[in-house]
Structure formats: structure tokens, C-alpha cells
Design a protein around this ligand. Structure first.
Ligand code: GSH
Length: 310
């Protein structure tokens, strides 16, 4: 694990914390967009590429949107190996589903960042939205990549399904904010906490949010309105990893998702959507977390269960 400093790979801990021992996430570096009238990144079929890990919940959202928005024939994908070791994410292809780097033949993901900007200082994360024409990164923040996918290519694909409709935006934003802080990032804050109090704080917030979501879903089929929106699609990747990884590996064990009647019914229902189940790879998910985080699982032993999350 490490990061790029002035374009050089420096080994360092993945876990960055503040003085109270709470996990602090690093900000993203490339935050541009794609639009028909953009000065650099115009809408074109075949021009853009996604670098993902099947294990990563943030990358998972981008794969779900790529599929729901019928972008598979327009945006190509490379999948990293699930093990994230001293050199960070790698393009080793000796794991089913890992593709290697078909664009540049690189060995490590950090080389993609170096190619985009020789002297870049950044953490080296997936997902990355890459521009093959200008040989650079458009964006490496999943919440922005899914917005690009939601609307930028509509004319090209003819798919105008809107997962962030104008009328529902403030409600979606409000769920997104709470779910990001307490759930999506909350599980990492639980698992990467460097003190007892930081861990307990994160776990309490996480389960308070899940209790609230369960109550909401006892009366509604979706988080917002009566339709699938971005808010659901940002929650689902975390729910899918919860009983398999976060309960044990991140010690988020007050309850399993299985113990929440309404959340588990919702998860079972949404998992039937092809864009969701076809982009879920439990082998990558289990292998990545248990194998890569040496400081919290030094023997790298991968649990056998659970037999099923449904
Ligand atoms: N906020 C970012 C987070 C991405 C992220 O943290 N990805 C993880 C994998 S789950 C990663 O690549 N971590 C490597 C690192 O931080 O060095 C996003 O949503 O795109």
C-alpha cells in the first residue's frame, strides 16, 4: 500500500487517521467531466475507459451505472487483481475476472496515474475514468463518475433513464450525505479506527443509520419516491459486502443485514436487477479485504462463510 508523491511511489499505510484515531479518507485528484460542448472531454463512443476493482464498493457503483445506462459498448473496462499489496492495486491477471491492463500493459495501477500526470501527488484509487484520446484521467471520484454516466451519453445511447431526477434531488442528496458518512464510509471508519472510542463512535452511527433505513423501507420500496434512484444505487454495494466482509473484518457486528427484515427484502429484490447481480463478484470481494489488509488480518485467512447473504 502507498501513494504517489511528486510522481514517485512511496509505501505507506492505507489507514490515515486524525489525532482521535478516526479514519480520514484522502480527497480525489482528478475531477473533470464529459460533455458534448466540453473543451477537452467530448462525448464519443469508444473514447473512455473505466479502471475498476470488482471488490471495491465505490467502483461497483460505476459498473452498475455503466450497465443500467447501456454504456457497455461505449466505455471499456479493465479489472485489477483483488490483492492490494505493497505496490497498491496490480494488473496481475492470475485471478478469474482480473483482466490486466489492456490499454498500456502496465503492471501496477499507479502507472496509470503517472501516465496522466508525471509529477502527480495522489492516493492511487479505483475507480478511474480514463480518456484514451488525450491519455489522461477525466475523473477518479465515483460519485461524480456516476453522474457523468447518468446523463452525458444519453444522446449517444438513446437511454434517458434518470437516476437523479430534478424533482427528487434534494431528497436524494440528503440520503446520500447521511449514507456516505454513516454507512458507505462508516464501515471503513469502523474497521480502520485506531482507537476504541473512534470505533464505537463509527459503529453507533452506522447502526443508527441502518435502523433508520430499515424503518423507512418498512413503508417504502425505495429510498426516494417510488423509483430506483442514485441513493439506492450508492447504498447497494455496501449492503452486498456487509455480511460477507464488514461484520467480521471491520467488526461491524451489532447486526447483520440478514437481521434487518426490510433491508434484506429490499436487497434481495434489487439484487435481481441484472446490472446489480452481474456486477457483483463475491470472490473478488472476499479475497480483497481479508487478504489485503494485513494490519487487521495478519494471517490473511479468508473465512469460509457465510453460505448465503439472502
Ligand atoms: N471517494 C473515492 C474512494 C475510492 C477508494 O477509496 N477506492 C479504494 C478501493 S475500495 C482504493 O482504491 N484504495 C486505495 C488507496 O486508498 O490507496 C471514490 O468514491 O471514488
Amino acid at each position: 500500500m502507498g501513494r504517489l508523491v511528486d510522481g514517485k511511489w512511496i509505501e505507506s499505510s492505507l489507514i490515515t487517521s486524525d489525532e482521535e484515531g478516526s479514519f480520514k479518507r484522502q480527497p480525489r485528484t482528478f475531477l473533470d467531466t464529459i460533455a458534448a460542448d466540453h473543451s477537452r472531454f467530448q462525448v464519443e463512443s469508444g473514447r473512455y475507459h473505466l479502471y475498476v476493482s470488482y471488490a471495491c464498493p465505490w467502483a461497483h457503483r460505476t459498473l452498475i451505472f455503466r450497465s443500467l445506462k447501456e454504456l457497455e459498448n461505449h466505455i471499456s473496462v479493465s479489472v485489477v487483481h483483488p490483492d492490494m499489496m505493497e505496490q497498491g492495486w496490480s494488473f496481475a491477471s492470475n485471478f478469474p475476472g482480473a483482466t490486466g491492463d489492456e490499454l498500456h500493459g502496465f503492471d501496477q495501477l499507479f502507472e496509470v496515474y503517472q501516465k496522466a500526470q508525471r509529477d502527480v501527488s495522489t492516493s492511487v484509487t479505483v475507480p478511474i475514468l480514463w480518456d484514451k484520446k488525450l491519455d489522461t484521467i477525466v475523473n477518479n471520484e465515483s460519485s461524480q463518475i456516476i453522474r457523468i454516466f447518468n446523463s452525458a451519453f444519453n444522446e449517444l445511447t438513446g437511454n434517458s433513464v434518470d437516476f437523479y431526477p430534478e424533482a427528487l434531488r434534494s431528497e436524494i442528496d440528503s440520503w446520500n450525505e447521511e449514507i456516505y458518512e454513516c454507512v458507505n464510509n462508516g464501515v471503513y471508519r469502523s474497521g480502520f479506527a485506531q482507537s476504541q472510542s473512534a470505533h464505537e463512535h463509527a459503529v453507533n452511527e452506522l447502526f443508527r443509520a441502518l435502523d433508520k433505513i430499515d424503518r423507512h423501507l418498512s413503508r417504502h420500496s425505495y429510498l426516494v419516491g417510488n423509483q430506483l434512484t442514485e441513493a439506492d444505487l450508492r447504498l447497494i454495494p455496501t449492503l452486498l459486502r456487509f455480511d460477507v466482509v464488514y461484520v467480521t473484518h471491520f467488526k461491524a457486528n451489532r447486526k447483520r443485514i440478514k437481521d434487518y427484515t426490510h433491508i434484506s427484502e429490499y436487497l434481495r429484490r434489487l439484487y435481481k436487477i441484472p446490472a446489480i447481480h452481474q456486477t457483483t463478484h463475491f470472490d473478488h470481494i472476499k479475497r480483497h479485504y481479508y487478504y489485503s489488509h494485513e494490519s487487521i488480518n495478519p494471517q490473511r485467512i479468508i473465512p469460509v462463510g457465510p453460505d448465503s447473504i439472502f
